[in-house]
Structure formats: C-alpha cells, structure tokens
Write a protein that binds this ligand. Structure first.
Ligand code: XIL
Length: 373
C-alpha cells in the first residue's frame, strides 16, 4: 500500500512537471537557438533601431548585425526628425544611421503620417492657422505642394539607400473610414491629418510623388490592428485595389502587428490570407507581442509566460509563411531589440521583444527561429 502511494505521488509529480514548462526544459530553449534569424529565413528579417543604441552601444549594434539583415529607423526617418522650423530639412541624424548600417537593408518609415511631424510649419504654410483661415481649396492646393516637396526631398535624398518606404502610415480610423479631423484627435502639436484636407486623393498623390522621387523603391501602405479589425482591413484592401485600378504604383501592404498573447490566431490567419489575395507584397512591419496586456503592476515574466510568448512568435511567423506565397514575402521586422528598448516596455511592466535587457535571447527568439526552420 505504502509502495502504491509512493508510485502515485511520483506519477503526479511527473504529470505536474509536464504541465509546467518552468520545471522541464522549455520547448523553446534559447541557449540551443544559435542560428541567426537572417540565415534561417528566405526573406528579410529586420529590427527597428534607435539612434543612441545603434550608434553608441556596440553590444546592441553588433547583435543587430549578427541576427538581422534589415533595419527600420524607429524614429529618425519620420517627418518630425527630418523637417525643422521653416520646413528646412535636416538629414544629419538619419544619415549617420544609414552610414552605420553597413550591409543591412534599410526600410524607410515613414513619408506621410498624421503625427510625429512638423505640423505647425505645414499648418502655417497651408493657411490652416492663418486668420482668417484660407479656403478649403487653397489649403488643399498648398498642402498638395508641401506633400510633393516633402516626399520629393526625403525619398530623393535616400534614393538608392532605402530600398522601400512606408508611403502612408495609419491612413484609416478604427471604423475603417479614411482619417479626418472628427475621427482622429487633433490635439497634439505634431498632428496634422493630411487626408482631412486632401481626402482619398492623398493616396494617389503620395504614392505618385514617392515613385517620381525614387522609381526603384518598393512602396507600401502601412497600418495597425489589421489582425483584429476586419472592417479596417477590408477597407484598406478596397483602397489598395482602387489605387491599383487607377494605375498608381503601390507594391505592398505593411501590417504593423503590435499584438499580445491574447490576439486571436484566427484573426491573424485570415488577415494574412486576405493580404496575400491582393497579389501585392506583404510585410509584417512592427511586430511585438505583449505578455501583460492589462499592464498589471508587479507582473513577473515567468518561464511559462515566456514560453507562451515564444509560441505566439512561432505562430505568427508560421502563419506568414504558410499563407503568404514566397514571391510576396517582403519580410518581418520586430519593433525593437531588447525589451527595455520597446515603446511598450512601460518601465518593466511588459516584455514584448526577442531579447532580455542583457541582450540574451529569450524563448521568443527560439520560437521565431523554429518557425523559420
Ligand atoms: C513609436 C516609436 O517606437 C516610439 O519611440 C515613438 O515615441 C512613438 O512611435 N506605429 C508606428 C511607429 O508606425 O512609428 C510607432 O513607433 C509605433 C506605432
């Protein structure tokens, strides 16, 4: 009887171990994941990089060069970084990063957005803030001229250096409508909703000006929430088809994928299927995966949660590979390097990326790699 009890306890312990990945070695053991993502992938794998770390933190920049073959400048190619008072361009910081990139491909982010831009300059230039304000026609004509000047200068400056651009970022509101001053908050000093004044035509214009400035760059429309908002996704796809029908050069769609452990896997699958059906290039442009989406205080990244995150990274990459034909895969970019560099880190409340703060690979890295292999 005693022996039976002993056996039973032992069996229960074994079962418990199997259920708890913190006890048994993880399925996504990062110490066994020595291969670089860029070597395992048949498409570009990128990281968003920031100025200080990329230029002055060798462990960071060496890691980026070791594991990735593409970068997106996290902020330095945004309008606010390049356009100064009076509408004058200053490329010095972005140029320094481009020069340090070596053989890494550079994805340009972003030519048009409603935020992080020299909004007060453009508003004054277009007569939006003049008193009395200019007529709608005058505003539209002046903004159109500024749009052409800005895209021409930036895409022209990086011609041959940037191989692709997010031409427009986040054009759609969550209800699927094109952004305007009612469905988008205009309170920030860096906010100017270009499509409020230029309407749907903003699409054809921006893509045309980008194609004129750099005919060989691949041109993308980029947006967020497409995996969880089918209304927005369908509306974006209808817009893209409209541009194609007009003969506008648009090469691809970027899906940001700022997701979490709770994001619906069915939503991700169906998004990739619909994006692939457009026949255009498809790119995961800003991937990160929250493990503490409710931002609970005192949250701890346990081995079990790190394992769930690894599974989600693996799922996203697998779903991309199985739903997007290889000729349409423009690549996957992760939005940052170590957790502390993530825009969603919140001082240690979340851990969305592939590396911990000592630059060690997390199970998430092994999950990404497993899907590639
Ligand atoms: C974020 C950067 O990561 C932050 O450093 C910055 O303060 C705000 O912008 N969608 C985008 C990115 O297209 O440009 C944003 O990047 C994240 C959301």
């Amino acid at each position: 009887m005693k022996q039976h009890l002993l056996f039973l306890t032992w069996a229960l312990v074994l079962i418990a171990c199997e259920k708890d990945p913190s006890v048994l070695p993880s399925e996504h053991d990062p110490s066994a994941a020595s291969e670089a993502l860029k070597d395992a992938a048949s498409f570009p794998v990128g990281a968003a990089v920031n100025y200080n770390n990329f230029l002055a933190n060798p462990p960071y920049s060496n890691l980026v060069k070791r594991d990735f073959n593409s970068i997106t400048l996290e902020n330095e190619m945004k309008n606010a970084s390049l356009v100064k008072g009076g509408g004058v361009f200053d490329f010095s910081r972005a140029d320094a990063m481009v020069n340090a990139a070596g053989s890494l491909q550079i994805f340009g982010h972003t030519l048009v957005w409603h935020t992080q831009q020299a909004a007060s300059y453009y508003k004054a230039a277009a007569g939006i803030t003049s008193s009395p304000a200019a007529s709608q026609e005058e505003i539209a004509a002046k903004l159109d001229a500024e749009l052409r000047r800005t895209i021409g200068a930036i895409a022209g400056h990086y011609k041959g250096k940037v191989q692709a651009w997010d031409v427009i970022n986040e054009l759609f509101a969550d209800n699927g409508a094109i952004r305007n001053n009612s469905n988008t908050s205009t309170s920030g000093s860096d906010v100017l909703v270009w499509s409020h004044y230029l309407g749907r035509d903003l699409g054809a214009k921006a893509f045309q000006y980008a194609a004129e400035a750099d005919p060989s760059a691949k041109l993308f429309l980029n947006d967020y929430g497409l995996e969880s908002n089918p209304v927005k996704l369908d509306s974006l796809i209808a817009f893209v088809n409209e541009l194609k029908a007009k003969g506008v050069k648009i090469d691809g769609i970027g899906t940001q994928m700022h997701i979490s452990l709770n994001t619906s896997r069915t939503g991700i699958e169906s998004m990739f299927k619909k994006l692939a059906a457009t026949g255009l290039l498809v790119r995961v442009s800003e991937l990160d995966i929250l493990v503490n989406p409710s931002s609970a205080t005192g949250f701890v990244l346990t081995p079990a949660i790190a394992e769930s995150q690894a599974e989600m990274y693996q799922f996203v990459v697998q779903s991309y590979i199985s739903n997007v034909p290889s000729s349409q895969r423009h690549g996957i970019t992760v939005w940052g390097v170590m957790d502390a560099s993530s825009w969603r880190y919140q001082n240690g409340k979340d851990f969305p990326l592939l590396y911990d703060n000592e630059f060690n690979k997390k199970p998430a890295y092994a999950g990404f790699l497993k899907a590639l292999n």
